[in-house]
Design a protein around this ligand. Structure first.
Ligand code: SAM
Length: 292
């Protein structure tokens, strides 16, 4: 059976008597033109595996099955959707449906080799899932994820942007992150209260090791925990002005103007790792400004 032979997503939901549950963050994409566009933005997959978290009625799944994905592994927490998702299985062994909470699954046990993650994420667990994929032991080949617009902006923000904070620094230290698509609330059934956006993330070859990542989490928690304060004050528990000096930053700056390279230098200083010789430190220039 090809996706074109299948009943529409709306008919499928009706046939199975399924209504969206708020507690599972269920807002469905029932327009296959939209789900195909998301899959085009995510690919090409060139035969690699794709994990989809929260397939629900399967609109994104249908588009993934039309694509060049090698295998498609679905992780769905709501058991009501399993029979409907099973109907998408053509018996070729390409599709696997797993009933599980995506926060608890070990992705390395679901797929062999590099895998993409493509998902219209449930809003209530979108950020914890992203943090798991950015900082956990398993690294995806790429991630294409739908978030509420405000979270998408926090992931892709630049220094000086209102949305710039911990999520931007951690996400961009690990991945190249780009907001690739906006979607109005009306594109979903039922519509959520806010607009959504798709972010495409590709892990960097030179992403931080686990020690550096932990130090980066501590530095960004301290710096953005008191974002209106100067670094010498907000970073006091980690070394204050001396730490800024070691990272080539002005202790009088505030977190919101420090770029990714600056935060990485602070994290290296905290982790006791050597600073790369400029300009090989991610393209940033060392700011050795003296004030007063
Ligand atoms: N992919 C479908 C679509 O685009 O129409 C549904 C997206 S809906 C926003 C989120 C889906 O994630 C729902 O199917 C929901 O049951 C599922 N879900 C919620 N929490 C989950 C979790 N912790 N692990 C796995 N799936 C979850």
């Amino acid at each position: 059976m090809t996706p074109n032979d299948l009943p529409s997503l709306r008919e499928t939901l009706d046939a199975h008597g399924l209504l969206a549950k708020k507690s599972f963050g269920q807002h469905f994409l029932l327009d296959l033109n939209v789900t195909r566009k998301i899959v085009r933005l995510a690919g090409p997959f060139e035969g690699r595996a794709v994990i989809e978290v929260g397939p629900g009625p399967g609109g994104l799944t249908r588009a993934l099955l039309e694509s060049d994905a090698g295998t498609v592994v679905l992780v769905e927490k709501d058991p009501r959707f399993l029979p409907l998702l099973g109907e998408l299985d053509d018996g070729s062994g390409r599709l696997t449906v797993v009933e599980a909470d995506a926060l608890g699954v070990r992705e390395a046990e679901l797929v062999e080799g590099p895998a993409h993650i493509v998902s219209n994420l449930p809003y209530n667990v979108g950020t914890p899932l992203l943090i798991k994929w950015l900082t956990g032991p398993w690294t995806p080949h790429a991630l294409t994820l739908m978030f509420q617009k405000e979270v998408a902006e926090r992931i892709t923000a630049a220094p000086g942007d209102e949305a710039y904070g911990r999520l931007a620094v951690i996400s961009q230290a690990v991945c190249e992150a780009k907001l690739v698509m906006h979607l109005p609330a009306a594109a979903f059934t039922p519509p959520p209260k806010v607009a959504s956006a798709v972010v495409h993330l590709v892990p960097r070859a030179d992403r931080p090791d686990q020690d550096l990542l932990k130090a980066l989490e501590r530095v960004t928690a301290a710096a953005f925990g008191q974002r209106r304060k100067m670094l010498r004050s907000s970073l006091k528990p980690l070394g204050g002005a001396a730490l800024c000096e070691a990272a080539g930053l002005s202790p009088e700056d505030r977190a919101e103007v420090i770029d990714l390279a600056g935060f990485l230098r602070l994290a290296r200083a905290v982790a006791g790792q050597p600073q790369p010789a400029a300009p090989g430190d991610g393209g940033a220039t060392m700011m050795r400004r003296k004030r007063g």
